[in-house]
Design a protein around this ligand. Structure first.
Ligand SMILES: [Fe+2]
Length: 191
């Protein structure tokens, strides 16, 4: 990780102490790097945005976090809090680093709707959204999610398979998700 991104991650770390967000962020960062290599796009927007996208979970009381995401019927208002507060925290972190104002605003705009928005307006926003969602298709991510959602691995795997197309925007993300599902299947699903 380049020094700048390492610095952002260290500033974000105290806000990532809940919901296993540190490992979530590391895994999403790796997907963001892969997507940027494949599609191009502005690294200086995508990578800080993925490092900071979930800092807002720290603004929710711990007992409410699990009500705000996941399969079933997550509380959309609680989920919005993590986006809106996350954008504010991200802005304060980016102000501590010499960052161009227009990039800072764009990063915060992306964070503010990274879960709720379904109409990404540019490549960078699509890549951040896809990198975030790809966590679900990562074997380690699957293990974390499946344990916290308390679903049968087979059922959760089917839920992912059935939602892959609607969650992801780019073709390469869909390819990586399919590969991930194959790995998950051989690791976690009893034949
Ligand atoms: Fe996330």
């Amino acid at each position: 990780m380049k020094e700048l991104y390492q610095e952002i991650f260290e500033l974000a770390a105290p806000y990532l102490a809940v919901r296993e967000n540190r490992v979530h962020t590391e895994i999403c960062f790796d997907y963001a790097v892969k997507l940027l290599k494949f599609y191009g796009g502005r690294e200086e927007v995508v990578l800080p945005a993925i490092l900071l996208h979930d800092v807002g979970w720290s603004a929710l009381p711990e007992e409410k976090i699990n009500m705000a995401f996941g399969p079933g019927n997550p509380d959309k208002e609680l989920n919005r809090i993590h986006e809106v507060e996350g954008a504010k925290i991200a802005a304060s972190i980016l102000c501590r680093i010499s960052f161009e104002q227009k990039d800072r605003l764009e990063i915060c705009r992306i964070i503010e709707t990274h879960d709720s928005g379904n109409n990404p307006s540019n490549l960078e926003e699509k890549l951040v959204k896809d990198a975030d969602k790809l966590f679900r298709f990562n074997p380690r991510g699957f293990d974390i999610d499946n344990r916290r959602f308390k679903m049968q691995p087979q059922k959760y795997w089917e839920y992912l398979r059935d939602n892959k197309e609607q969650w992801l925007y780019t073709d390469y993300a869909k390819v990586m998700a399919t590969e991930g599902l194959e790995k998950i299947s051989s690791k976690f699903i009893k034949k």
